[in-house]
Every structure is written in structure tokens, then in C-alpha cells.
Design a binder for this molecule. Structure first.
Ligand code: PBG
Length: 334
């Protein structure tokens, strides 16, 4: 016979039934928190992406169909990534501001099909740049490759205005050049786009977790790495410095990327700033869950959901995730 413990406080009382657990739950993931990143290409067929099982390079009509499914499950925001044909790439990446380019056409198709969808576009040169960098690359007098900051920002401004002209709701610079948020804000305002928002990749780390994404777009750097513009994974205070600058320059929202391995950074920014914080669960985070689940080692649905709840609990107001459609469906059927 075991003795009854004299325990006035029993935390398990708050976990005793689904109804009670529902009452005390602190963090709730909603489809409206999710941003669905989607890849597009000029091809005539939707193309499965080898490095990212479950993801495709969509044709424009494939894109509209896929977004329709996510929309039906409650997702109201997408972000677009184009795979640009080799012959359109150049060292200046000037295809990025072609008004008839792939991204402007995709924006228009989506806004026509779903007028209340928030269409977000990525602003950076890497899909368009023959060097595979987010900025313009030039060799200095010693032959060392440099990523030009101010020259790149000029091009990014044209790209941002081109996306806004096509109907983008939110411009999302992912390039990590200094001063780009302020310059893009000025360029948008000068073009009459003061209602277009800026979601800045504020604390974007030089991460090996982006590998599968670069496979999807064939956009890996041809030489060197991105460490002179993306942040060192070892740094925490630097994220605050970037956030202060981006907010002062007019960012409406700031982002931490990757998400899962950087929960402390999400929490730090959420505590420190007065704008909404986004987090990007990147391709490598997605792939790790996908591949472990493929062999039956883990339960994909449950782990995907838990990974996103962790990111939200850390302080993210919105999450970019390749699981957006699947998780929204899970939430809708729960
Ligand atoms: C490029 C960009 C990258 C991602 C989003 N925008 C790759 C990079 O910086 O090399 C990565 C997203 C992912 O891995 O899911 N500007």
C-alpha cells in the first residue's frame, strides 16, 4: 500500500483531459501564421525537386493550383522563388527587374486568382546572377572576389519596384547587403508604392542548412561562400545590431533564418523589437524531417507540427515553412 503524498500542488491537474489542456495551452499555431515558399520555373511541366522531396518547381498554372490547395486550408501568404534559365543569368542579374519576367507573371497570376492572398517576393540576385551570389561579384586588383554592396543595392531597388509594380504585397530582401532596406523603402515610395511592406531577412546566417534550396534553384555560388554578407552562426548580439538598422530604415517585419537551430535569436529579437518577427524553417530543416520520416524513423506530421510550435513558442509571429500546406491541412482537420 503506497502512501498518499501530501501534495497541494499537482501540475498534472492541468493536463488531465484534452479540454483542460486546450484551456491552458499557451501557444496555438494557426494557418494564418504560415508563409508557404514556392518554387517556379519556365518549364511546361511541374518538376519534382530532387533535393527537396515533396516540393516542385511549378509552372504558372501548377503554382495557382498548389496555392489553391493551401488557400483552402487557410494559408494566406506565399513567397516565390524562381529558377531562372542559364541564358538569362548575368553578372549584374538584370533579368531580376524584367517586367515580363517569371516572377512578375507569377505575382499577377496569383493576385488574379486569389486577390486577398499576401504575395511576398524574395529580393536578391542569386537566382539571376551567373556567379550564384546574392550580390554583384567583382575581382579586386589581387584577384580576390568581392561582393559589391552599394552597386548591388541599386539593382535590388529596381527588382523591388518591379515586383511591386506587378502587385506584390510584401518585398522580402534576403541578400544581406548593408543599407538595402532604407534604399528599397525610398525606391518603393518614389514609385508610389508606399503601401507595399518590407519583410527584411534581418538575421540571416551563413548556414549549411540552405544546401537543398540551392539545388532546387541551381543557385549555389560558383566560387567562394556567403560569409562576407550572411552572419556568422556564432553571433547573437550582431542580430540586434542588424534589427536596429533594419527597423530604423523602415522594415515592417524582421526575420530570423534558419529557425530551428536559432531559437535563441528568435526569442532575443521577439523580446527586443516592436515589429513582428518572422522565422524561416529552411530547406535543410525540412529535409531532415522528411528524410527521417521516409524511412519510418519519425512521424513526419507530428515532428513537423512540433518543430513549428517550438519556433512559434520562441517568439515568431509568422513562419516560412515548406510544410505550410500540409500543416494547415492538419490544423484544419484537428
Ligand atoms: C537567397 C535565399 C536562400 C534561401 C532563401 N533565399 C539561399 C541562400 O541564401 O543561399 C534559402 C532558403 C532555404 O534554404 O530554404 N537569397
Amino acid at each position: 500500500m503506497s502512501e498518499k503524498l501530501n501534495l497541494p500542488i499537482r501540475p498534472r491537474r492541468n493536463r488531465k483531459s484534452p479540454a483542460v489542456r486546450g484551456l491552458v495551452r499557451e501557444v496555438q499555431l494557426n494557418p494564418s501564421d504560415l508563409i508557404y515558399p514556392l518554387f517556379i520555373h519556365e518549364g511546361a511541366e511541374n518538376e519534382p525537386i530532387e533535393s527537396m522531396p515533396g516540393c516542385h518547381r511549378w509552372t504558372l498554372s501548377g503554382l495557382v493550383g498548389e496555392v489553391g490547395e493551401a488557400y483552402a486550408a487557410g494559408v494566406r501568404a506565399v513567397v516565390l522563388f524562381p529558377k531562372i534559365e542559364e541564358n538569362l543569368k548575368s553578372s549584374e542579374g538584370s533579368e531580376c527587374y524584367n517586367a515580363d519576367g517569371l516572377v512578375p507573371r507569377a505575382i499577377k497570376a496569383l493576385k488574379k486568382a486569389y486577390p486577398d492572398l499576401a504575395v511576398i517576393t524574395d529580393v536578391a540576385l542569386d537566382p539571376y546572377n551567373s556567379d550564384g551570389h546574392d550580390g554583384i561579384v567583382r575581382a579586386d586588383e589581387n584577384g580576390e572576389l568581392k561582393i559589391l554592396n552599394d552597386e548591388t543595392v541599386t539593382v535590388l531597388c529596381r527588382q523591388a519596384v518591379c515586383h511591386a509594380d506587378a502587385g506584390a504585397d510584401i518585398i522580402s530582401p534576403s541578400d544581406m547587403m548593408d543599407g538595402r532596406v532604407g534604399a528599397i523603402r525610398d525606391a518603393l515610395d518614389a514609385a508610389g508604392h508606399e503601401e507595399v511592406s518590407i519583410l527584411s531577412y534581418t538575421a540571416k546566417y551563413a548556414s549549411a542548412y540552405y544546401g537543398p534550396f540551392r539545388g532546387a534553384l541551381d543557385s549555389a555560388p560558383k566560387a567562394g561562400d556567403k560569409k562576407t554578407y550572411q552572419m556568422d552562426p556564432a553571433n547573437r548580439r550582431e542580430a540586434l545590431r542588424e534589427a536596429d538598422l533594419d527597423i530604423a530604415e523602415g522594415a515592417d517585419m524582421v526575420m530570423v533564418k534558419p529557425a530551428g537551430p536559432y531559437l535563441d535569436i528568435i526569442k532575443q529579437l521577439a523580446d527586443a523589437v516592436d515589429v513582428p518577427v518572422a522565422a524561416y524553417q529552411v530547406s535543410g530543416e525540412y529535409l531532415m524531417i522528411k528524410s527521417a520520416a521516409k524511412d519510418g524513423w519519425i512521424d513526419e506530421e507530428k515532428v513537423a507540427m512540433e518543430s513549428l510550435i517550438g519556433i512559434k513558442r520562441a517568439g515568431a509571429d509568422m513562419i516560412l515553412t515548406y510544410f505550410a500546406k500540409d500543416v494547415a491541412k492538419q490544423l484544419a482537420s484537428a
